[in-house]
Design a protein around this ligand. Sequence first.
Ligand code: CO
Length: 148
Amino acid sequence: MKNLFAAIIFSSIAFSNVALAQECNQIIEGNDLLQFNMNEIRVSSTCSEVTITLMHVGKLPATIMGHNWVLTESQNYMDVATTSQISGPPNYLPNGDERIIAATDLIGGGEETSVTFDISNLDPAGDYTYLCTFPGHFVLMKGKFVII
Ligand code: CO
């Protein structure tokens, strides 16, 4: 009886670890129509690190339809989009800009990239936005990053 009880506790712990691990690793797609396939990404505050994998499921090259995944506080989102545009190709990202919390490389159709970052310094009640910083894409390619 005691062993059975221990087995039940053990299996429920194992189950919750699986669920949390999934929340720490997210996959988002970008396409040739200036779209991300998600307008919100939720991660658990218990994640020691978060990995965002960006898959470009389109066919157009990065010079024409480049996508990246860039995280900022929502209040900085427009300024980061503008500054990134000015920064120019190939990455459309300002070097060393502290408003950028995390960023992937800029990729083209058929490519995939990821970024892993620590969320322990982020405020779970904070307001965060992710965007693509390729010129003009931020208008459609953006979403909320929520820590639950
Ligand atoms: Co883009």
